[in-house]
Write a protein of this length. Structure first.
Length: 189
């Protein structure tokens, strides 16, 4: 059975009940810096909080680069009635030959515990399976990040194991849980 990945030619916007997921522009740099410079937001990302606007500008340029090279797609999250970017989400390390991608996300802490990431997560999982035709979506999560573990488990991701000292970032090696959701599981949930 041959499955093929669809990658959009123009950047797609996704609308949910309360949110808009859209392309992050360089003009959004101050909004993005507000949460990427926060140690609490970056705590489980294996990367130090950004100190300068230039670091954040390079992050946004990277979002555009991964889209251009079809290795990832990163949406900015905003409320429908406000264009301020309050977080980002999307797919990284897209493998078209294996029809899989890794999911990633972060949110400004002023918006934590309001159900926003659940709403985002549901929308991008749906986009990944139904529009991009992904067969597998993976999530790599530090064991201490209980909130993220609960989020992926809510959407029926299966914990496959612990990748010991899998990544080096922020001056240390991090263990990561590997979670995954398969298209057939998504279709039967």
């Amino acid at each position: 059975m041959k499955n093929s990945l669809y990658f959009p030619t123009s950047f797609p916007c996704i609308h949910t009940k309360r949110l808009q997921l859209r392309k992050v522009e360089i003009s959004d740099v101050a909004d993005v810096h507000a949460y990427l410079s926060d140690d609490e937001v970056r705590k489980y990302m294996g990367i130090h909080a950004y100190k300068t606007i230039e670091e954040t500008r390079k992050e946004i340029e990277w979002y555009n680069e991964i889209f251009h090279h079809q290795t990832g797609i990163r949406w900015g999250i905003s409320m429908k009635n406000d264009s301020t970017i309050i977080g980002s989400c999307g797919f990284l390390n897209i493998s078209s030959s294996n029809v899989r991608a890794e999911i990633g996300y972060e949110l400004h802490k002023a918006y934590w515990n309001k159900g926003i990431m659940s709403e985002v997560f549901e929308a991008i999982i749906q986009y990944g399976f139904e529009k991009m035709n992904l067969n597998r979506i993976e999530a790599l999560i530090e064991p201490e990040n209980i909130t993220s573990v609960k989020l992926v488990e809510k959407y029926q991701f299966v914990q496959e194991g612990l990748l010991r000292q899998y990544e080096f970032g922020a001056g240390k090696y991090d263990d990561l849980y590997m979670f995954s959701l398969l298209k057939r599981e998504y279709e039967h949930s």
